[in-house]
Design a protein around this ligand. Structure first.
Ligand code: SAH
Length: 328
């Protein structure tokens, strides 16, 4: 039976994250340097101050992986802003039982939820790194005067006639062009924006993708650390797609939230003090470890490494004061 691409991707990734250690296949920013999570923790602390420093708030993370980002964030907060650390109820959105167990080993006292809608009510700071890229996408193919949508059957694409996708590049798309709609990521940001407007708070979404919505096929699979056929072995490979930040910004703004960015990750982390903090940390380390910390900072920030392709977008309550890292 043919399955729409987003249904196929949802099923494949649920199976993949339930059965694999994804970090055997790829390395993410929190695994590259502890400073990444520390800076995001301090960002959350400043957002908490901007919310009026509530006695209790949710410090949430979507797709926390090994729990490294949150562990680093909490340690930095406990040092720099102990009142914020004390006020934080750690809430993790994670569907993989395997990764929940890995997170529990590092994050005593956290609570787990299946999705955003299940989080307890209240003001919230939400962090998400490389979460949205794992959410299912739809793909539309321009053919003749109209459009086809991609389905998957027996490891191959087939297409069925479809209405034109709601995308700025659709009108001028050339024959054979592919337009992606990150429907699940858009639903997530819409729900997040509504929640932040009603209950207060801010969110930081970090992922890779272009700044402007464009045509193109970005579906990719990593299997045993190497590129693979995305359709061949559902559950055996990590499927991702570029995140359309412009579309997410439109959806979030339409839901009433203030949108800040996106800005390139390198610029954002440098503004938060990535290099100063890495250098300070390096000074207290043995030379080998010091070099590794400085190289990790460069890897996160240099434009031809992770600094430009990765973007940072903030979504917040319209009354929040300016958030750090986005200064022009
Ligand atoms: N943020 C981590 C991990 C990125 S991998 C890091 O930067 O290292 C993607 C994470 O999102 C994993 O924890 C995976 O289990 C989780 N995830 C993927 N799809 C999900 C979904 N639909 N709902 C909740 N979590 C999901």
């Amino acid at each position: 039976m043919a399955e729409r691409l987003d249904a196929f991707m949802a099923r494949a990734n649920a199976a993949y994250y339930a059965s694999h250690d994804p970090f055997a296949d790829f390395t993410t920013a929190p695994e590259i340097s502890q400073v990444f999570g520390e800076l995001l923790g301090l960002w959350a602390g400043i957002a908490w101050q901007g919310m009026g420093a509530p006695d209790r708030f949710l410090l949430a993370e979507a797709g926390p992986g090994r729990g490294s980002l949150m562990a680093d964030a909490l340690r930095a907060l406990a040092q720099a802003l102990p009142a914020c650390r004390a006020a934080a109820a750690v809430a993790l959105i994670e569907t993989s039982p395997r990764l929940r167990a890995a997170q529990a080993a590092r994050l005593a006292g956290a609570a787990w939820y299946d999705d955003l809608g299940a989080l307890p009510v209240g003001p919230c700071v939400l962090l998400a790194n490389e979460f949205l890229d794992a959410l299912p996408i739809r793909q539309f193919l321009r053919q003749g005067d109209g459009w086809q949508e991609r389905f998957v059957q027996d490891g191959r694409f087939l297409t069925r006639p479809a209405p034109a996708p709601d995308h700025p590049a659709a009108a001028d798309a050339a024959e054979g062009a592919i337009i992606e709609i990150g429907a699940a990521a858009q639903d997530f940001v819409r729900a997040l924006a509504r929640r932040l407007c009603r209950q207060g708070g801010a969110a930081l979404l970090i992922d890779y993708g272009p700044e402007f919505s464009a045509a193109g096929d970005s579906l990719q699979a990593l299997r045993d650390g190497a590129p693979a056929d995305p359709l061949a072995d559902p559950g055996g490979a990590d499927l991702t797609a570029h995140v359309d930040f412009a579309a997410l910004a439109r959806v979030g703004a339409a839901a009433g939230a203030r949108i800040v960015g996106p800005v390139p990750q390198g610029k954002f982390l440098a503004a938060l003090g990535l290099f100063q903090r890495s250098e300070r940390l390096a000074r207290s380390q043995a030379p080998r470890r010091a070099m590794a910390l400085l190289d990790a900072a460069n890897r996160l920030a240099e434009p031809d490494r992770m600094g430009r392709l990765f973007k940072v977008l903030a979504v917040c309550h319209p009354a929040m004061p300016p958030l750090p890292g986005f200064e022009p």
